[in-house]
Design a protein around this ligand. Structure first.
Ligand code: PA5
Length: 322
C-alpha cells in the first residue's frame, strides 16, 4: 500500500479501531497520572494525549521518550501506557521493563513484536493495531487505541461520544486535500521552515516537524509561544535567513492574539508566513491538522522525487542499537 493510501484510510482504520477489543482489561478507580512511553511516530501519541489532558481535572499525562524513566515518576496512582507500533523499539521496551519493576499498572498498544509479548506474558491490558503500515501513518489508530485502552481501564481522558464525533473529521478527504495543496504551495520552496504554535498545540507542531523530517526528508524548526518571546524572537534581529514560518492557530482567542503579534513581527522582518486554520474541538484539530500536514509532507516528498515511506537513517540507528 502506498504511503498516501495509508493516510487516506485514517477514518476507516480508526473506526475499525473503536470496535477492537482490549484484552486483559483491569479496572482502576484511583489513577491520577498516566505516563506514556514511546518514541517517534508512537511517542507523538503520548504528546497528543498530554495535550488532550490539558482540560482534564482528574488525570495528567507525562511523556517519557527514553530508554529509562525518571526515578520518582511512578507512584501507586500512576498508570503506564507503553506504545510502539512495531513493538520492537528498544527505548520503549527497556523503559517498559523498568516500569514493570515498579508497578503492574501497565498497558500496551502495539501491532506485534516484543512489546506485545511482554504484555501477554505479564497479563497486561493491551490492544493491537493493524500491522503493515509506517508507524507515523498509524497515528489516529494508535491514538484511538490508547484512548480506548485507557477508558477500558477506568481512565477517562475524553468522553467516548466526543472521540467518535471527532473521528468524523478524518472523513473530509477533499477538504484535507485542498488544505494540503495550499500548505504544499507555501512550503515547496522552503529549506528549513519554522513551525510555530502555542503550548496547547505544541504536539501538533512537533508532529508537523516529524512528518516533514520523515516523509519529505526535510529539516524543520519548532518554536512555541509564549516561550519563543523569551528567546527565538531575538534571533531574528541578527540573521540573514528569512525562511518561511507556518503558524498553527489555537482555539483560544488570547493565544491567537499572541500568534498575530509574532506574525506581524516576522512580516516586518521579511519572513513569509502561513496560518494553518483549524476548527472544532482540541481532538478534531489534532486529527485534522495531522491529516493535512501528513498529506502535505507526502506531496513535498513527491516533488523532490523522494520515497516518503523509507526512513533509512532510522533503520541505521536501530541496527546500531542491536
Ligand atoms: O514513524 C516512524 O517510522 C518512526 O518515527 C517510528 O515511530 C519510531 O522509530 C519508533 O518505532 P515504533 O513506532 O515502531 O515504536
Amino acid at each position: 500500500m502506498s504511503m498516501l493510501d495509508m493516510y487516506l484510510r485514517w477514518y476507516e482504520y480508526s473506526i475499525e479501531m473503536l470496535k477492537k477489543e482490549v484484552i486483559n482489561i483491569k479496572r482502576y478507580t484511583d489513577i491520577k497520572k498516566v505516563v506514556v512511553l514511546g518514541m517517534g511516530g508512537s511517542g507523538i501519541v503520548g504528546d497528543v494525549l498530554s495535550a488532550l489532558s490539558i482540560d482534564n481535572q482528574m488525570v495528567s499525562v507525562n511523556v517519557v521518550k527514553d530508554f529509562y524513566i525518571p526515578e520518582n515518576i511512578i507512584d501507586e496512582k500512576t498508570f503506564v501506557l507503553s506504545i510502539s507500533y512495531s513493538g520492537n523499539t528498544l527505548e520503549t521496551i527497556n523503559a517498559t521493563r523498568i516500569a514493570l519493576t515498579k508497578t503492574d499498572k501497565v498497558g500496551v498498544v502495539a501491532s506485534g513484536g516484543e512489546l506485545l509479548k511482554i504484555a501477554k506474558d505479564n497479563s497486561l491490558p493491551y490492544i493491537t493495531v493493524v500491522g503493515g503500515l509506517a508507524p507515523r501513518a498509524a497515528f489516529p489508530m494508535m491514538l484511538t487505541a490508547s484512548l480506548k485502552l485507557l477508558s477500558s481501564c477506568g481512565i477517562q481522558l475524553l468522553e467516548e461520544g466526543d472521540i467518535v464525533k471527532a473521528l468524523n473529521i478524518l472523513n473530509n478527504i477533499d477538504e484535507a486535500q485542498r488544505d494540503s495543496d495550499k500548505l504544499f504551495e507555501f512550503l515547496k520552496n522552503s529549506k528549513i521552515p519554522t513551525i510555530v504554535a502555542t503550548t496547547r498545540y505544541q504536539a501538533l507542531a512537533i508532529r508537523t516537524k516529524n512528518e516533514l523530517n520523515e516523509n519529505a526528508k526535510m529539516l524543520a524548526r519548532v518554536e512555541i509561544a509564549p516561550e519563543l518571546f523569551h528567546n527565538d524572537i531575538v534571533g531574528w534581529e541578527g540573521t540573514q535567513i528569512k525562511d518561511k514560518t507556518l503558524i498553527i492557530n489555537s482555539d483560544i482567542d488570547y493565544e491567537n492574539e499572541l500568534l498575530e503579534f509574532y506574525e506581524n513581527y516576522l512580516k516586518e522582518n521579511g519572513v513569509e508566513t502561513y496560518r494553518l486554520q483549524l476548527r472544532g474541538s482540541l481532538l478534531e484539530r489534532y486529527l485534522y491538522g495531522s491529516l493535512v500536514v501528513g498529506l502535505t509532507s507526502i506531496k513535498l516528498a513527491n516533488i523532490r522525487g523522494i520515497d516518503p515511506l523509507q526512513t533509512k537513517s532510522i533503520a541505521m540507528y536501530k541496527d546500531m542499537l542491536k
